[in-house]
Design a protein. Structure first.
Length: 204
C-alpha cells in the first residue's frame, strides 16, 4: 500500500440478513397492502463492492425496497396470498441481476407479512362465506338430483311389476301396524291382491 494514496477497507463476506421495512404496494387489481420482507445476500467480489458503489449495504437495502414494490405491483392480491414462493423467487432473481455489478450475490428473499386494511379483511371474509354457501348449495342440489333419480327408478320398477307394488303396500302396513292406536281397514279387492302377491312371492 502507498500511504496517503491507497487505503485498506475490510469487507465482510459472510451472508447478511437484512430486513426490508414495510412497503405500501398497490396490487394489479388496485388493492393497497403493506408488505415487508427479509433478504439474504453476501459479497462475492469485495473489490467491486467497494469501488462500484459508495455503500453497498445501503444500496442493496434501497434496491430491495423498490424491487419489492415493482414486482408485487404486477400481481393480483390473490396471487400475493397464494403464490408467495413464486413471488419470492421473482424478487430474488431481479435483485440478483441488479446487484451483480456490485459484486453482491442475493441468495434468498422471503416475504414476511402482507397486511390488509380492515375493510379488505371483512370483504374477504364475506367472499369466503359466500363461496362456502355456494359449495353447500351445489352439494345439496347434487344430492337431491341423485335422490330423484333413484326415486324415478323405483317408481318405474313398481309401475312395471304389480307384485312389487303389493309388497311395498305390505311393508307400509307393517310400519303402520307398529302403532297400536291405528285401525287399518282393508278393501276386499286389496286383500285378494295382497294374497296373490304373497303367493307369487313364496313360489318364486
Amino acid at each position: 500500500m502507498i500511504p496517503g494514496v491507497q487505503q485498506m477497507v475490510k469487507v465482510d463476506i459472510r451472508t447478511v440478513t437484512m430486513d426490508v421495512p414495510p412497503q405500501d404496494v398497490i396490487s394489479k387489481d388496485n388493492v393497497s397492502v403493506k408488505v415487508n420482507a427479509v433478504i439474504y445476500f453476501r459479497v462475492v467480489d469485495p473489490q467491486r463492492a467497494i469501488i462500484q458503489v459508495e455503500n453497498h449495504l445501503m444500496a442493496t437495502s434501497q434496491l430491495a425496497q423498490t424491487t419489492l414494490r415493482a414486482v408485487l405491483g404486477k400481481h393480483d392480491l390473490d396471487e400475493m396470498l397464494a403464490e408467495r414462493e413464486k413471488l419470492n423467487l421473482d424478487i430474488q432473481k431481479t435483485l440478483d441481476v441488479q446487484t451483480d455489478a456490485w459484486g453482491i450475490k442475493v441468495s434468498n428473499v422471503e416475504i414476511k407479512h402482507i397486511d390488509l386494511n380492515e375493510t379488505m379483511v371483512r370483504a374477504m371474509a364475506r367472499q369466503a362465506e359466500a363461496e362456502r354457501e355456494r359449495r353447500s348449495k351445489i352439494i345439496l342440489a347434487e344430492g337431491e338430483l341423485q335422490a330423484s333419480q333413484k326415486l324415478l327408478q323405483a317408481a318405474q320398477t313398481l309401475a312395471t311389476q304389480p307384485e312389487a307394488m303389493q309388497l311395498r303396500y305390505l311393508q307400509t302396513l307393517t310400519v303402520i301396524a307398529g302403532d297400536r292406536s291405528n285401525t287399518i281397514v282393508f278393501p276386499v279387492d286389496m286383500l285378494g291382491s295382497l294374497t296373490q302377491a304373497l303367493a307369487k312371492g313364496r313360489s318364486s
